[in-house]
Design a protein around this ligand. Structure first.
Ligand code: M6R
Length: 357
């Protein structure tokens, strides 16, 4: 039920801090360490390459998941769009492990890949919000994202839950492989949950950003570098899906390879700047588009903020910035859709779960 909320989407955005705390609780041992099934640990440990398969928002979580596993556990990972995988199947490694990420656990494009993978005798893990769903039943293992039912078509809390669970999967694998960690993942996730709460309390400010940048525009661009690029892709998907504004997310470095031609007077460009090592470059991109008339909006992070930034996120661990950076994206999209009288929870032409090819 929506309770006092006008839309499920807003309720689900607000639930994110609680979802992260719930995940911490579910996957924590009494001594404070991470607890995952031994079978999953063995499967991760025994595989020489991980193949993540997903669609839509779950695919965007997979892009971040790859970074988490590669950086924390030092295992090689590929991420593939489910609907494309079978046409252009990569040469598989000797001992692949497939990870299917799906909020619903019912997405047909993923099922097509799972059936093929099982036929070939490979192991599969499903990361889902619905244990008992088709993808969960047909895979060898399931990791539950514990986000609670997600009703709005636009996925919000499932995405952040997926990334939190990937963090724990990466940490558990690192431990199994004897890789040393210099941070406490559960403590860092607790900091993320608090930061999310701060952000969900800043709705008025974010509604104002939506008013300033998106009230009368046909299009909007999201730019970022490194992991911010992936959050930009998710920001663009969220915005187009519910407000019908044509939105595109791309890597800052790609601007000069084509997209900058689209910048006109007043074109909104939302730039994410949460990563220290690319801060100068992304701010350089913002200057380039501003010089061509773009209406630029920088979303940065405490410790890296500059005077003209439109919004500053609370600081979190550099691996976990997508979990907080996406919240302004979700809220800006929500308010843009609201201001345009769109049906926020049930956007046109879309279904919550896509059970046909
Ligand atoms: O249930 P799934 O995670 O497999 O769904 C995948 C996509 O259909 C889904 O994420 C879709 O892109 C959302 N509507 C995005 O908000």
């Amino acid at each position: 039920e929506k309770g006092t909320y006008p839309h499920f989407m807003l309720k689900e955005i607000d639930e994110q801090p609680f979802v992260i705390r719930n995940i911490i609780q579910k996957y924590q041992n009494e001594d404070g360490s991470v607890r995952l099934d031994d079978d999953i640990r063995e499967a991760m440990k025994g595989s020489d390459r991980i193949y993540i398969i997903a669609a839509g928002t779950s695919y965007h979580a997979g892009l971040v998941g790859k970074q988490l596993i590669e950086k924390i556990a030092q295992r090689p990972v590929e991420v593939h769009i489910a609907s494309e995988f079978l046409y252009n199947m990569p040469l598989l490694s000797e001992n692949p492990l497939f990870i299917f990420i799906s909020q619903s656990g019912e997405t047909a494009d993923l099922r097509g890949v799972l059936v093929e993978v099982k036929k070939r005798g490979h192991k599969a893990l499903t990361v889902t919000n619905v244990p008992g769903s088709t993808l969960s039943r047909e895979a060898d293992f399931t990791l539950h994202t514990y986000a609670g039912p997600e009703i709005a078509v636009a996925s919000t809390k499932a995405y952040t839950a997926q990334m939190a669970v990937f963090t724990l999967l990466a940490v558990d694998t690192a431990k199994a492989k004897g890789v040393n960690l210099d941070f406490d993942p559960l403590q860092e996730l607790a900091i993320v949950a608090n930061a999310m709460e701060t952000l969900t309390d800043q709705k008025e400010q974010l509604e104002q950003v939506a008013r300033d940048y998106l009230t009368i525009t046909r299009n909007c661009f999201f730019i970022g570098r490194a992991v911010d690029f992936y959050v930009g892709l998710e920001g663009a998907l969220k915005l187009k899906e519910i407000s019908y504004i044509q939105a595109e997310g791309f890597a800052g470095g790609e601007l000069k390879h084509g997209t900058i031609a689209l910048i006109e007077d007043g074109t909104p460009v939302i730039a994410l700047a949460t990563q220290k090592h690319v801060n100068l470059s992304i701010r350089g991109n913002v200057k380039e588009v501003a010089a061509r008339g773009a209406n630029t909006c920088i979303i940065s992070m405490e410790g890296m903020e500059e005077e003209d930034d439109a919004f500053v996120l609370p600081a979190v661990h550099e691996f976990l910035t997508p979990l907080v950076a996406v919240i302004p994206m979700q809220l800006i999209s929500y308010y843009a859709a609201l201001h345009r009288d769109c049906d926020v929870d049930k956007p046109r032409n879309l279904a919550k779960s896509v059970t046909v090819e």
